[in-house]
Design a protein around this ligand. Structure first.
Ligand code: AMP
Ligand code: MG
Length: 400
């Protein structure tokens, strides 16, 4: 049996860079950017007025002038006007270009306008006040977004701003998630006493959607020929197969045999971890990767976030962070295995806190709603103390 670290390394090694495709920028959320986005103009592109008010010459104010004759009004979207007289001003609106020869904007709140004269009511102003100077955010030609960025709302705003209509992103792998087991029935069925609804695969499928991967689903009975027939077809069609169940030591756990028979090269089977020990990982000569996860719901989710997610970050060339969290109470775990402890995460303090929610083990899917992710407690020690810091694998988005 290999260690979690060895299993992780073996998975990462198989992550070749994904192909690149272009998508409309509004379809790019959650995708991984594969190009530099360069500013096509200075940001802001002109000296942008930030307040509704009047534009004047700072020097005139310094010389003691407080009453400025209104020359004209310049709206946002109007071409740049030019301030003529020294004691003149231009009424100016937020978003407008600062007029030529003007350099300061005084907001309406600090001015009284009477018979075409703007009388300034404040004692001190600064040069360039209320003006967002051209190019102070970014100069034209500078890199605003780097490859590897996972695209979210802020990036969508940058694309729109810079006129990037089509954006180059990693092509997501095509994927089928396979549930196995004679005990499983459909969600809309009433299970008999000895049956349960197949639930895992929906959890895994929805988790894959957080990468923008829309996976298909299929259910297979614990019948060797049936499994072989279906998996063979899928190996020809998809980039990635994620299988749930049928990989342990049971009489009807046919997957390791079937996968080997179909030419999928086993890279490892069984990892020194709990939950998720029976995890099987392999690669078909055609390049298809097979993540065969144990069927227990908690095990399958642990393996998904620890291995499939990390594979995807590498394959899609995403810049990922590796969050860590501080354990809030002592945990004793004696087996010689890495332990993925379900934890509720508290982000409200200076450090991310992981509050243990051990639940009843790998079958306790209901307990997953009490947690946000798994804290990775390494093997080689039995006692994990309050205040110690460990890697965190989240399945719940912190912003939700
Ligand atoms: P297996 O890995 O096939 O031995 O399954 C381990 C446990 O997980 C068994 O109790 C199964 O009934 C359960 N299980 C397997 N697949 C699913 C699934 N798709 N949804 C819910 N439970 C499952
Ligand atoms: Mg099974």
């Amino acid at each position: 049996m290999i260690t979690v670290h060895e299993a992780y390394q073996a998975v990462i090694e198989k992550a070749l860079p994904a192909a690149i495709e272009s998508v409309h920028f509004m379809k790019s959320r959650g995708r991984v950017l594969r190009e530099s986005i360069i500013s096509d103009r200075d940001l802001p592109p002109f000296d942008r007025v930030m307040m509704d008010g009047i534009a004047i010459r700072y020097a005139a104010f310094q010389e003691g002038i407080r009453a400025f004759k209104i020359q004209e009004v310049q709206a946002a979207g109007a071409p740049r006007s030019s301030l003529k007289a020294k004691d003149g001003c231009i009424e100016i609106m937020t978003g407008a270009v600062l007029p030529e020869h003007a350099d300061s904007v005084i907001r309406y709140e600090d001015v009284i306008i009477d018979h075409g004269i703007a009388n300034i009511q404040i004692e001190a102003i600064k040069p360039s006040q209320n003006v967002h100077l051209q190019g102070t955010d970014r100069k034209r030609g500078t890199e605003v977004l780097i490859p590897g960025t996972i695209i979210g709302a802020a990036e969508i705003g940058v694309f729109a701003s810079l006129g990037v209509d089509q954006v180059k992103v990693s092509r997501n792998p095509t994927c089928t998630i396979i549930s196995t087991g004679d005990e499983l029935v459909e969600v809309n069925e009433i299970p008999l006493a000895h049956q349960i609804r197949r639930s895992n695969v929906f959890m895994l499928q929805s988790q894959m959607e957080s990468f923008g991967i829309i996976a298909e689903q299929i259910h297979l009975l614990d019948n060797q020929d049936h499994i072989k027939f279906q998996v063979e077809k899928l190996l020809k069609k998809q980039d990635l197969l994620i299988i749930s169940g049928g990989v342990s030591k049971g009489k009807y756990d046919y997957l390791p045999t079937v996968l080997t028979d179909l030419g999928v090269q086993k890279i490892f089977h069984k990892v020194k971890q709990r939950p998720g020990k029976p995890f099987w990982f392999g690669k078909h000569p055609s390049g298809v990767l097979v993540f065969a996860l144990p069927g227990n719901p908690v095990s399958s989710l642990v393996c998904l976030v620890k291995y499939v997610h990390q594979y995807l970050y590498n394959h899609l060339k995403a810049k990922s962070t590796s969050p860590k969290a501080i354990l809030t109470s002592q945990i004793i775990f004696k087996p010689d295995l890495d332990y993925f402890l379900p934890v509720k995460v508290d982000y409200s303090g200076a450090q991310i806190e992981a509050i243990p929610q051990p639940g009843q083990g790998s079958g306790d899917f209901a307990n997953l709603v009490n947690a946000d992710g798994f804290l990775h407690l390494p093997r080689g020690q039995e006692q994990f103390n309050k205040g110690e810091i460990y890697p965190l694998h989240l399945y719940r988005n912190p912003v939700l």
